[in-house]
Design a protein around this ligand. Structure first.
Ligand code: ATP
Ligand code: MG
Length: 560
């Protein structure tokens, strides 16, 4: 994908620009390094966008690297979902797909080198003891009793670890740095641990696995990464990143640069919690349209363009901000405005009978697919007849002042058709309105001389006999909490929005939607943008609302 406009200036782009100008680098190589232990979410989209678009902007390349060094949490199914998601976002790693697991021998060789340099040792402390020896933010740590083993003994034990001679958790290999360092990450961090576990890619070749901080910098170096971009929580790990590369004297030393994570209001990111939501049945799956996973937002109908646009608008900084959902909604509307056909769908139908319209007659009205200001063409025929459906809330028997839609004795224009007047209201035995009888004014058809007769309200409708029965699913935020990720006390499950999913099983759509395809997006006039969902059957399409035309709920909550 080629970006049409130059990406906005940000501090990372400036660093890269200077590195190219000064000759520190001749080219730019970045990477997106997901751990295949879950599905990607919209936060990852920011990292994907940043790494790929930065490389593109300078004619460089971006690697896709599976950071798959933990056999207990990772799985091949996630690798496939990650690749699909990156592609969907519009980015292409070409042949540059890498796996940290393919560097297991390199990691091992580097560890041997550290031992020989006297900069790593095998430690027999248990996990609890290591924690106890580590000290706190205010107190220095204490050296492990195993810290001064000889190089020979360390080599011997480390080979024994590799050869499966010791139990899980009984020993670790640790870097020998500084137990008194004010940066806890430098207090002899673990490099390797014993895990007699099958790896989805490396099989049973290894029973020791490297730790993230150690494996990550070496992977970056081996791949010739120039700028290793990560999120702010790794800032305190940077000295360790540099220590490993300096001590090992690897020929390539990438620069680690941190930026702040994308955070969205009313949205929880974080793979662990998302997995919990899926396995506990709180949502219907990783691709539940309310989920912030890329699989979820794709199914919800969000477009890759709108996500990239959001990333660009939010920008790249070091400050933690919670992005308002209305930003995302605006990016979506902006994109869909020039893509989605305008059609009519009635979500909660109320029957209207035009008593002066000939029985059995259907006329075909012209209806353009786009408003004039969009500048796109195309139209279809919309059938009109004696029996119609309108929205239940476009009729009120006892309306307040300034209600300009249908009411007893009142007139309203049917979009693209005629003006009708309410003559009679039919109720069921419980007093609910089940039908409205109206007359229509034949002189007011769209395009006829009477078209310009003014009435205050215009409503959408569908012709009853040709309309398509459909299920429509409406969504709101999954959480009622503005910053669910920041919840200190309590359980996020207590803050689920009961209206996050509303299913309308009896909606009616105009005839033209009978032939729509799964994945096609439309604007249902006055109701928002919708996408045809994969749950659709031949008899009954299912539509997800992507976004309403205006912000309702989210804005209201913010104003409270
Ligand atoms: P999570 O915190 O959601 O579990 P993670 O950081 O464990 O995600 P990784 O697979 O390790 O997931 O992340 C891959 C890359 O995506 C990393 O470079 C990480 O910094 C970046 N990333 C993760 N979350 C965000 C976010 N909210 N905004 C921007 N980048 C993110
Ligand atoms: Mg991670």
């Amino acid at each position: 994908m080629q970006t049409e406009t130059a990406p906005p200036v940000n501090f990372i782009r400036q660093i890269v620009e200077e590195d190219l100008k000064s000759g520190k680098h001749q080219t730019v190589v970045t990477r997106f390094p997901p751990e295949p232990n879950g599905y990607l979410h919209i936060g990852h989209a920011k990292s994907i966008w940043l790494n790929f678009s930065l490389a593109q902007a300078f004619g460089g390349v971006c690697h896709l690297r599976m950071d798959d060094t933990n056999p207990l949490k990772e799985d091949a199914q996630y690798v496939e979902s990650i690749k699909r998601d990156v592609q969907w976002l519009g980015f292409d790693w070409g042949t540059r797909e890498f796996h940290a697991a393919d560097y297991f021998q390199d990691f091992f060789d580097c560890a041997v080198k550290l031992i020989k340099l006297g900069r790593a040792y095998v430690c027999d402390l248990s996990a609890d003891e290591v924690r106890e020896y580590r000290g706190t933010l205010t107190e220095p740590g204490r050296p492990s009793p195993w810290r001064d083993r000889s190089v020979e003994e360390n080599l011997d034990l480390f080979l024994g670890m590799r050869d499966g001679q010791f139990e899980d958790g009984s020993r670790t290999l640790r870097a020998k740095i500084d137990m008194a360092s004010p940066n806890i990450n430098l207090r002899d961090p673990a490099i390797y641990r014993i895990r007699k576990a099958h790896h989805h890619r490396a099989g049973d070749a290894w029973c020791i696995y490297p730790m993230y901080d150690y494996a990550h910098c070496i992977s970056d170096s081996l791949e010739g990464i120039t700028h290793s971009i990560c999120t702010l929580e790794f800032e305190n790990h940077r000295p360790l990143y540099d220590w490993f590369l300096d001590t090992l004297q690897l020929p390539v030393h990438p620069q680690q640069i941190e930026f702040s994570k994308l955070k969205l209001q009313y949205t929880m990111l974080g793979k662990r919690k998302l997995r919990e939501m899926v396995t506990s049945g709180l949502v219907s799956g990783w691709d539940d349209p309310r989920m912030p996973t890329i699989a979820g937002i794709r199914r919800r109908g969000y477009t890759p363009e709108s996500i990239r646009d959001l990333c660009e608008k939010v920008g790249v900084t070091k400050s933690e901000v919670w992005t308002e959902l209305s930003y995302l909604a605006e990016c979506l509307r902006h994109d869909l405005n020039t893509k989605a056909y305008r059609v009519m769908g009635v979500l909660r139908p109320l029957k209207v009978v035009l008593t002066n319209y000939p029985e059995g007659q259907i006329e075909e009205l012209d209806a353009a697919y786009f408003p004039e200001d969009v500048g796109l063409h195309g139209s279809r025929k919309v059938p009109f007849g004696r029996e119609l459906y309108i929205e239940q809330d476009d009729f009120m028997e006892d309306p307040p002042k300034k209600y300009f839609r249908l009411q007893p004795g009142g007139e309203v224009r049917l979009r693209r058709a005629y003006i009708i007047k309410c003559q009679e209201v039919i109720k069921d035995s419980q007093g609910r309105v089940v039908e409205v009888r109206c007359s229509y004014d034949p002189d007011t058809r769209s395009g006829s001389p009477g078209e310009h007769r003014k009435v205050k309200g215009t409503i959408h409708w569908v012709e009853a006999s040709t309309s398509v029965p459909a299920e429509v699913r409406l969504f709101e935020e999954l959480f009622t909490l503005e910053q669910p990720d920041n919840l200190k006390d309590g359980d996020y499950r207590d803050f689920i929005n009961p209206n996050s999913l509303v299913v309308l099983p009896d909606s009616r759509l105009e005839r033209s939607l009978a032939h729509s395809k799964v994945g096609e997006r439309f604007q249902f006039e006055r109701q928002g943008y919708f996408i045809k969902d994969q749950d659709s059957t031949v008899d009954k399409p299912v539509f997800n609302r992507i976004v309403p035309l205006k912000d309702g709920w989210a804005k209201l909550l913010q104003k409270q």
